[in-house]
Design a protein around this ligand. Structure first.
Ligand SMILES: Nc1ncnc2c1ncn2[C@@H]1O[C@H](COP(=O)(O)OP(=O)(O)O)[C@@H](O)[C@H]1O
Ligand SMILES: [Mg+2]
Length: 221
């Protein structure tokens, strides 16, 4: 089953009256259960593509389908689809500094309407899966970079999303912590069948995925 797709996506930006063509007829289909990697040079449009696929931005033209349905960021239910079907992991973790690890993971569940005991139960379960149990009561600034990204991943998984989109999730980590986070992506993909689309500019890491594309000249190769 194809859980995420973009068809004939075009996106231009205008910068100081100069037109920058970023996506030119870009298409992608992601099978449920796969681990897809997108590489490409800095500035080639990887974040732009991921933001469009995750309904954080709209293409100039083209179509995005999530679980078979056509969607856009202007869709009345876009915020619900983003919260329920898609998990995001960014290069900078965007954790809430004033909440501890468990509360950070529970937050999207509480926003989604779950009661406190269900939300905190799920948060504790995720911290266990991601080997972060011992950090449950720590605040983000008390965690290492690798732990912060593991926590961001736990938060992304909270609502059991169909797809996790990760934009250079290890871009700020040293090689050891970067490897640990990639081990986790592979474990979650292999053991739980979690679908991932991961953007990285490190081609070495892309070798760890099933399917790797390079975004070049606005097209996936
Ligand atoms: N809001 C914007 N306005 C103008 N240009 C932008 C904007 N966002 C991105 N760009 C340009 O679009 C190109 C692709 O950016 P981006 O998708 O962030 O690339 P990547 O993630 O591969 O580094 C770059 O040349 C960037 O400068
Ligand atoms: Mg980027």
């Amino acid at each position: 089953m194809i859980c995420l797709a973009g068809y004939s996506l075009y996106k231009n930006y205008v910068d100081r009256s100069q037109k920058i063509e970023v996506l030119k007829d870009t298409s992608l289909e992601v099978e449920s259960g796969s681990l897809v990697c997108i590489t490409g040079k800095s500035g080639c449009g990887k974040s732009t593509l991921l933001h469009i696929l995750g309904l954080l931005d709209d293409p100039d033209s083209g179509l995005v389908r999530i679980n078979g349905g056509e969607v856009s960021s202007r869709h009345a239910k876009a915020h619900m689809i983003r919260n329920k079907d898609i998990g995001f992991v960014f290069q900078f973790h965007y954790l809430v500094d004033d909440l501890n690890a468990t509360e950070n993971v529970a937050l999207p569940l509480l926003i989604g309407g779950q009661n406190k005991s269900a939300a905190f139960g799920r948060a504790r379960e995720l911290l266990r899966i991601l080997d972060m149990e011992s950090r449950a009561l720590q605040y983000p600034n008390q965690l290492s970079g690798g732990e912060q990204q593991r926590l961001a991943l736990a938060r992304a998984l909270a609502n059991r999303p169909s797809i996790v989109l990760a934009d250079e999730p290890t871009g700020n980590l040293d090689p050891q912590h970067s490897n640990e986070v990639w081990d986790l992506f592979q474990k979650l993909n292999g053991e739980l069948g979690q679908t991932f689309v991961i953007v990285t500019h490190e081609p070495e890491l892309a070798k760890r995925s099933h399917i790797a594309y390079e975004l070049r000249d606005g097209i996936l190769h």
